[in-house]
Write a protein of this length. Structure first.
Length: 317
């Protein structure tokens, strides 16, 4: 088994014991594992079909970029395992990716708990603002690295012991080369191949930008669209309701620019405007994350009863 690691974390996949398994993510199985010292890790198991040897090499290069990413709002990938070519069948490579274990589940779990009437300890206006800022700052960092996350949704925002957000599960897929523009060779989504793009968007079209659904040229503003959807879910405690169950109908509705009304009793005016700008059908009308981060420092974006000092301390991380 080939091993690629960071900070001297030189472990084999067999060095870990599985404690529990989580519900599968879009493309892979998830498990909580421990090493011989009892330290906990999040393990994601996926299969990638590289097709050509160069795609395998590009995957290795791309994931090592992710391993070296250093931001407090990103779930830290520590190392991964990749089988030798001799042990691969049908060009499918079983890969295990090990990252920090975040004990408070995902933002989607939190939203479901709140919507069911449960009281969540530590979750208040301050942590909501920290989450809003933390996700935006993380994506500003990712875009500054000339990468596109392209997988933003509440189930991929993990919460650590302090209920601070961590983006997880970068998308290891390769869209059509003509679709994503203005990206250099370090762009994750320009180098990898897995399942077809339409299979990916079929599962969660609500978070997917209209230009992706319509197979149109794209750039990093697809992440801004998803951020607008996430803000809606964070304030309303449910995903936007398009009033239909058919996934193809939802896709068509998104492509033509339909969006659900924003509940004015649940979403503060400043965030109503931000959501509207983020999920605009024209990507050029969406703000950059640099702009969003600056706006979140303005008084109109501060939520009632927020602990100002705690929030500011987080923004300085």
């Amino acid at each position: 088994m080939d091993r690629y690691s960071f900070s001297n974390l030189m472990f084999k996949g067999s060095d870990f014991n599985t404690i529990s398994e989580f519900p599968a993510s879009d493309y892979g199985k998830l498990a909580l594992v421990t090493n011989s010292k009892g330290e906990k890790y999040r393990k994601k198991m996926i299969e990638l079909k590289f097709g050509k040897e160069k795609y395998k090499q590009e995957f290795q290069r791309a994931i090592n970029i992710l391993i070296r990413m250093n931001h407090p709002g990103i779930n830290r990938i520590l190392f991964y395992t990749l089988p030798n070519s001799n042990n691969v069948q049908n060009d499918l490579y079983p890969i295990s990716i090990f990252s920090d274990y975040e004990p408070n589940g995902s933002l989607a779990d939190l939203v479901r708990s709140i919507s069911s009437g449960k009281q969540v300890e530590k979750w208040d206006s301050t942590h909501k603002m920290i989450t809003i800022f933390g996700i935006a700052a993380s994506l500003m960092y990712i875009h500054g690295c000339r990468l596109i996350y392209r997988n933003l949704k509440s189930s991929n925002v993990l919460l650590d012991s302090e209920y601070e957000p961590k983006l997880a599960d970068f998308n290891f897929t390769r869209p059509p080369s003509s679709q994503f523009l203005n990206m250099d060779s370090l762009t994750l989504d320009s180098t990898l191949i897995s399942v077809p793009l339409d299979e990916e968007t079929e599962k969660t079209p609500i978070y997917t930008a209209p230009e992706i659904l319509g197979n149109l040229p794209c750039n990093n503003k697809v992440d801004v669209y998803s951020y607008g959807i996430l803000l809606y879910e964070l304030f309303v405690n449910k995903e936007p309701d398009f009033g239909m169950d058919d996934q193809e109908a939802i896709k068509a509705s998104i492509i033509i620019g339909d969006r659900p009304p924003i509940p004015t009793d649940l979403v503060p005016p400043a965030y109503q405007q931000l959501i509207t700008e983020c999920w605009d059908n024209e990507s050029s009308n969406r703000p950059s994350f640099k702009s969003i981060v600056r706006r979140l420092a303005l008084a109109e974006y501060f939520l009632p009863d927020v602990d100002f000092d705690k929030y500011i301390n987080y923004t300085k991380k």
